[in-house]
Design a protein around this ligand. Structure first.
Ligand SMILES: [Zn+2]
Length: 305
């Protein structure tokens, strides 16, 4: 039992699942983050894992079936790996027993968590995950953020959530699940205060919608390659450096606040939905790409304190 602020008698952990959109494993490591890896005791304990999918929508669907990016083990049946992976929810949720049969037939984590008494929340940055899509099932709250690259705004929302419903927010008795899909690490790898338009809009890369920060009602399916010329390697190198810079920013300016604001008994998982290509074999971005770097993602998780 966790006695948090305000005399909470919460029995289970809060569980916050964070996807750094498009953040490939080696970009995360090159940023040498110091705060984020505190969950596992240091950067050298961050795992390289593999996403089940190469782009945002299927990857998040899979995460919401409860399956984290995998470690690609040899000589193991997939079904055995799934069962073992699922048992990690004992630690994540702070329960003695988790039963895979409770996931059947929906195979849907939010539904399972609601059965355990959780309130389920999602804040997403990418319009392909907007609240009208199929991934918004069994969520109590689900929001497409107004800006595609502002994780601090998500923390503001979490704090507002706490204040408006003190019995239900992070400081209350009801365990909370949050999915946070973070967009700073997505093309064009811009910090929230960067002026728009410094880099071309790329519809295919930007997740089907013409403009990332347009409201869904204005979303428009467009063809790829409106950007004209493909980036040369110099530009691609700059873009990779920009992605690394966004990880540094998140590590220095955003995660310290997150780790401070959550109460004891909060489990946080940090990973990415897929990787990104920066010129390897002529590829840029993610999606219709078959390349290891499109699947390599960082993975780390643990109790904040
Ligand atoms: Zn994505």
């Amino acid at each position: 039992m966790v006695f948090g602020l305000f005399g909470s008698k919460r029995e289970l952990n809060h569980f916050i699942l964070i996807t750094l959109d498009s953040c490939r494993y080696d970009s995360f490591m090159a940023a040498q983050p110091r705060t984020i890896p505190k969950l596992v005791g240091g950067l050298d304990r961050v795992e390289k894992r593999y996403s089940y999918a190469s782009w945002t929508a299927p990857s998040h669907y899979n995460l919401l079936t409860g399956l984290m990016p995998h470690s690609s083990p040899a000589n193991v049946y997939a079904s055995e790996y799934y069962k073992e992976d699922f048992l990690r929810y004992r630690d994540r949720l702070g329960v003695k027993d988790v039963e895979f049969k409770s996931m059947v037939p929906q195979l849907w984590l939010p539904k399972y968590l609601k059965g355990k008494g959780f309130e389920t929340n999602a804040m997403v940055s990418l319009p392909v995950l907007n609240p009208a899509t199929g991934v918004n099932k069994d969520f109590d709250t689900f929001k497409l953020m107004p800006k595609h690259n502002d994780m601090l705004a998500m923390l503001d929302e979490m704090e507002a959530h706490m204040k408006s419903r003190p019995s239900k927010g992070l400081k209350g008795d009801t365990p909370q699940f949050y999915l946070l899909n973070v967009g700073e690490t997505h093309y064009p790898y811009a910090l929230p205060d960067e002026p728009r338009g410094l880099w071309p809009q790329i519809s295919g890369v930007n997740g089907v919608f013409k403009k990332l920060d347009e409201q869904v009602k204005d979303g428009e399916l467009v063809s790829d390659n409106e950007s004209g010329e493909f980036f040369d390697q110099d530009k691609l190198d700059q873009l990779r450096a920009r992605q690394i810079n966004t990880v540094k920013y998140l590590d220095e300016k955003v995660f310290p606040r997150l780790y401070d604001m959550v109460p004891k008994g909060t489990w946080i998982t940090v990973t990415a939905d897929h990787g990104e290509l920066f010129g390897e074999m002529g590829y840029f971005g993610h999606g219709p790409i078959l390349h290891d770097k499109c699947l390599e993602v960082p993975f780390l998780e643990g109790l904040v304190r």
